[in-house]
Design a protein around this ligand. Sequence first.
Ligand code: ADP
Length: 880
Amino acid sequence: MMNIDRSKLTPMMRQYFEIKENYMDYILFYRLGDFYEMFFDDAVRASRELEITLTARNCGLEEKAPLCGVPYHAVDGYIKKLVDKGIKIAICEQTEDPALAKGLVKREVVRIITPGTITDPEMLDEGNYNYVASLTKLENTYAIAYCDITTGVMKTTELHDPEKLIDEIIKIEPSEIVISDKHTLAPDMIKTIEAQGITLTPFMDHAFQPHAGKRIIERVLNVFSIESLGFADDSAILCASGALLAYVEETAKVPLNHFNKIDIYNHSRFMVLDKFTRRNLELVETMRTKDKKGSLLWVLDKTCTAMGARRLKAWVEEPLIDIEAIHKRLNTVEVLVDDLLLRSDLRTHLKQIYDLERLTSKLVYGSINPRDLVALKQSISVLPDIKGCIDTLEEGDFQTINEDIDSLKDIYQLIDESVVEEPPYSVKDGGVIKTDFHPEIANLRDAIANGKGWILDIESKERERTGIKTLKIGFNKVFGYYIEISKGSSKNAPEEYIRKQTLANAERYITPELKQLEETVLGAEEKIVRLEQELFAQLKQNIMVHVDRIQTTARAIASLDALLSFAECSYRYGFVKPKVNNKDTIQIKNGRHPVIERIFNETPFVPNDTLLDQKAHKFYIITGPNMAGKSTYLRQVALITLIAQIGCFVPADKAEIGVVDRIFTRVGASDDLSQGQSTFMVEMNELANILNNATSKSLIILDEIGRGTSTYDGLSIAWSVVEYLSQGSGIHAKTMFATHYHELTELEGKIDGVCNFRIAVKESRDDIIFLRKIERGGANQSFGIQVAKLAGVPEPVIERAKHILSKLEVNDINNNIQNLQGLEMEDGKAQPQTDGKVKYGDYSVSEGLYHYLSKLEVEQMTPIEAMNALYNIISQFKEK
Ligand code: ADP
């Protein structure tokens, strides 16, 4: 669209193109009277995304320009719709009064809206941070910086491993990532990021340079040197943070006073959770409906403030691994659990606190209104009470929180002395500033309230003085107030009356006294609005100076609220304080699934024990019929571990948790709802991720993996995974593996640390009753048919299925398992015997078979080849 002959364009379209040139990646909203118009490609795209009509307009060229438009008063809704889709918008306004413009009205882009830089509270979700991030690579180091521009929260970290970087990005869940326009990142990485639905915004490379970073960070954070913040010269985090601030400043077009801290964190301070695990464990939303209800967050969130809710969510997504930090939170929670009164007092106070973080940002972005200031004042009013509740407490995080909460008395006073208790939303409506705050306000209010009365006073005074009974005071737009006397009496009008108008039967006059009063009365409304605006602006300015203190307080309140929420839910649901240490044991007595026990509370939840360690109980193989409760049990162990590491009490009677560095979960393809064509491929990808990244400190939860393929394939994969994780030089991660391959139970006693567990069921003839209790041992049948019966499958189908099963069982893979095992366990230990046979493991085999066996390269075979080979072996073996 840029290859057109501009000389032919109409002047307005030429202006449009000049502006658009600088905003090629944006949809340009071009203000034209009461509409924002979009042209050419922008119009085509916007009309499609917004489902509005596409028309055309003459633009000077032969072909008309595609055009669509939205009315200015409804623009917010359209903007939100586009931004939600990851589209960036530039708003171009008329910047001079059309009435005064000579020729074409001047226009400029005054606002840019991108997914990560929205400041309008209407467009934001109160319970979530909306992060914009910047990403850069310096030699072998990646750095990511991210911030929430309405609250001023900003963090940065560096990593070396691209996969971990992607995990980190998924954890942060930014809506937009800014990268250098010089393309310093690998195309693969760009693709992966885009696949997450994150908007990528190229930004000038210059902003990513260390010297630029140093300058902007020192200026925005108002520090003498970046070293005081912990940044090293030339570090990747410096570049990422600098570029982020530059981008935000340019987009937001306001000073970033509320950015007062950049948290440089070591991502290894937190437990790593990949996206599958986050999804499988349903940490903040459910897998199916994406609702908060039914997620772990739903159970844990008893916060009283929006800030606390955001903090809690961030914590749930970022479990700690630092024992000290975990103990601090747990000790704080313990005090709160034990003290009902303290808890209820704090909750009462916290409930009166508005979203301080977002109020502060409104202050910074200039959109704060009088009601917001009253909300700020009310919030501040409870701070001394909160401090009073906790200032003698020394345990856990209390001291830090108490120190960070500032009672902000001066700010309270600034608002209290000047703003009325129930002001209107807009200063323009007047009535915001207290009457006794400023003498002029009092005078003007007096004039407005009493003006009418004063005029009537003059009327009766003049009537009396002149003795003219028909004298009255009137008002019109041309002269304002006037004295009217009927024609008959006009000769008696006093000399000082100034005649203004003669009517058929009356004369109209003015007097200096009347005019002066008029000025007071009529001007008062206008003056007071102007004065109130000035005083309000001054007040905002006076508070703005203290933005730092409000932000620090807001953050401390957020932490307190989140900890209180942990305590509240621990108390309500009978959670206990876990013992968290650096040992390698996870031991849980009567553990429960925190969410399931809340959802199905008519039938009591059956608690279960767990003991995982690095020795005899390293690898659980859990068998049992479908619906017995295997998945629930696995997730319960993962969740209890995670809950302990976010510093909350856990749903159990007793728990000792050796901190884990990562939790991996993988749910088999057929349990997975993603409808990809190759769910098996997806499953194997994820399995590869686990096997490549797990450490001996990790906790791995595998639920029915290998099910998306044939039985032989699936069993073989599952089998070798068990070996890889637990045998010899394997990973030795604590692992729980639910499977319907009963064959795997053979591994107990053969591989160290493998233990069989099953979920108890009671059989009564054809029926089964789920007891939900985990016990040692393997299940020997799958009860699939009984479960089908429970689910209401018709009787004839059940009967027929039983019949088919009885036939099939004859050929069950179990019959071959011994052979398979011999093959695997004793490979390479063949010993020739005298009878022309060779001893292979516990078996004597012919030399021919021995050669056949020793030539097999299992790793190189396709599943079909492997099956054929197995078939050959078995048939030869049976012959001999
Ligand atoms: P599986 O993975 O063995 O197929 P699930 O773990 O999905 O079984 O459990 C099936 C259902 O059984 C769950 O949705 C839950 O309602 C119930 N359930 C599981 N474990 C328990 C338990 N310990 N106590 C009570 N109900 C349970």
